[in-house]
Design a protein around this ligand. Structure first.
Ligand SMILES: Nc1nc2c(ncn2[C@@H]2O[C@H](COP(=O)(O)OP(=O)(O)OP(=O)(O)O)[C@@H](O)[C@H]2O)c(=O)[nH]1
Ligand SMILES: [Mg+2]
Length: 198
C-alpha cells in the first residue's frame, strides 16, 4: 500500500495528469484537514501492513494557514488525496488570500477526476458562514460531498450530540472524526470507497 507525496502545486499546470480519481479535503484554516488526511492514511497502512510505518505525510501545525499549496498524495497508485489550502484565515494579506482562493476554486471548478469532496467542520464551532458558502457552491455544481466533524475528542457526549445535530441541519449528518483517537477513520473510508465505485 504505497502512499506517495506527489506534488505541492502552486499552479494548475502542476496538477497530476494521470487521471486517477481524486478525493479533495476542504475546510477553513486550522480545521484539521492535514491531520485527518494523516489519520486516514496511517490507519489505512496499519490495516494493510500491520502498523509498520506511522510517518506523518501531510504537514500539520499550530499556525493556521500552513498549507499554501494544493498537495497531491497518491494512494496505492489508484487514487489521489488532495489537501487544499484552508479558507477564511484573516491574518494573511488580501493578495495572498485571493491567490489561494483562485488556486482552490480553479481546482474545484475544473478538475475532471474529482469524485468526492470531504468538507471538514470543527465540531466545536459548527458550520461557519464560509462553510455555508462552500456548501452552496458544491450543490450548485452538483459536486458529491460528505461532511466530517473534526476534533470530536474535544467535546463531551452531550455537546457532541448537539453539535452533530446542528451540522446535520445545515448540511448532512456528519462523520464525527478525531485524528487523536482515530474515531471516524473506518466510517470515512467507507464513504470514500463507495464514492469511488459510483
Ligand atoms: N485534539 C485534536 N486536535 C486536532 C485534531 N485534528 C487537528 N488537530 C490540531 O489542530 C491544529 C490544526 O491541524 P491541521 O491538521 O494542521 O489543520 P489544517 O486544516 O490542515 O490547517 P491549514 O493547513 O492551516 O489550513 C493542529 O494543532 C492539530 O494538532 C483532532 O482530531 N483532535
Ligand atoms: Mg493543512
Amino acid at each position: 500500500m504505497p502512499v506517495e507525496f506527489v506534488v505541492a502545486a502552486h499552479h494548475t499546470d502542476q496538477f497530476p495528469r494521470d487521471r486517477l480519481p481524486e478525493v479533495a479535503f476542504v475546510g477553513r484554516s486550522n480545521v484539521g484537514k492535514s491531520s485527518l488526511l494523516n489519520a486516514l492514511l496511517l490507519r489505512h497502512r496499519k490495516r494493510v501492513r500491520g502498523g509498520v510505518q506511522r510517518k506523518k505525510l501531510a504537514k500539520t501545525s499550530q499556525t493556521p494557514g500552513r498549507t499554501r499549496s494544493i498537495n497531491f498524495f497518491r494512494i496505492n497508485r489508484k487514487l489521489y488525496f488532495v489537501d487544499l489550502p484552508g479558507y477564511g484565515f484573516a491574518k494573511v494579506s488580501r493578495v495572498e488570500q485571493n491567490r489561494w482562493r483562485s488556486l482552490a476554486e480553479g481546482y474545484l471548478e475544473t478538475r475532471e477526476p474529482l469524485r468526492l469532496v470531504v468538507l471538514l467542520v470543527d465540531i466545536r464551532h459548527g458550520p461557519t458562514a464560509l462553510d455555508r458558502q462552500m456548501r452552496q457552491w458544491l450543490e450548485y455544481h452538483d459536486q458529491p460531498y460528505c461532511v466530517a466533524a473534526t476534533k470530536s475528542d474535544k467535546l463531551k457526549q452531550g455537546a457532541r450530540k448537539r453539535s452533530a445535530r446542528s451540522i446535520e441541519e445545515t448540511f448532512a449528518p456528519p462523520v464525527p472524526f478525531s485524528a487523536v483517537t482515530g474515531e471516524g477513520v473506518k466510517q470515512l473510508w467507507r464513504v470514500i470507497d463507495s464514492a469511488l465505485l459510483t
